[in-house]
Every structure is written in C-alpha cells, then in structure tokens.
Write a protein that binds this ligand. Structure first.
Ligand SMILES: [Zn+2]
Ligand SMILES: [Zn+2]
Length: 125
C-alpha cells in the first residue's frame, strides 16, 4: 500500500463521516504528504473499486466515507456540517413497496440547521 493511500484511509476512518477530496488533500498536506490532485483521484477511484470507501453526492458536491454500515446524513445548509444518523428504514421500505417502487440507494439526506449555526456562531470563523 502506498503512503498516500495509507494516510487517506487513516483520515477517512478517523473522520466518521463524509469528507471532500479537498479536505482530504488538506489533511494529507498537514501530514507532510503532498500528492498531486491526480494522484488523489487515482487513489480514491482505486479505494472505491475495492469497496473500502463509498462516494456520496450532496447537491453538486462529492464526498467520500468509509463503506461502513448504511446510515443517513443530516446536513447543515449553512456550514455544511454533516451528522450521521441511523433511521429505521422499514417504514420507508414499506411505503415504497406500496407504490411498487424498488429502492436502490438508501442515501437519505436531510437538510437543516446545525446547533452551532442556530446559535448564530459561524464555525468557519
Ligand atoms: Zn456518513
Ligand atoms: Zn451549521
């Protein structure tokens, strides 16, 4: 395993949820690893192929996370903070079935306002 891949995996697994390629690159830079963007893309697509990580699209942005048990995401519209949650999907499944609808992806995203933002604290400052 390459040093870049190793560092990427340790970042993805210590970050328990979605992370963008840009943040991943920042993290690597902090570790003194400075891969090019194309190296990062190559490693990401390799990790996706092996099934170790998965890709999640939020709006137009692409994020990555470890391919752990399925979960859903609460996403703050203000600061883009992401909170993993576990919903009981049985009701969703049952209602979909009533419509004769087959669910293929259970990447449920719920948008709102996080605690920091609702307090008026800008976490980006
Ligand atoms: Zn997640
Ligand atoms: Zn927020």
């Amino acid at each position: 395993m390459t040093a870049v891949k190793k560092a990427m995996l340790s970042c993805l697994s210590s970050n328990d949820c979605l992370i963008s390629a840009a943040r991943l690159k920042n993290y690597l830079n902090q570790q003194g690893i400075t891969p090019s963007r194309s190296t990062i893309w190559r490693e990401l697509s390799f990790l996706l192929k092996t099934g170790l990580i998965r890709k999640v699209t939020v709006g137009r942005k692409i994020f990555y996370e470890m391919n752990t048990a399925a979960h859903q995401h609460l996403i703050c519209l203000h600061c883009s903070a992401v909170f993993p949650i576990q919903l009981d999907l049985q009701m969703l499944q049952a209602q979909a079935e009533q419509c004769g609808f087959q669910l293929s992806k259970e990447q449920l995203q719920i948008f709102g306002c996080c605690k920091n933002c609702s307090r008026g604290i800008d976490p980006l400052k």
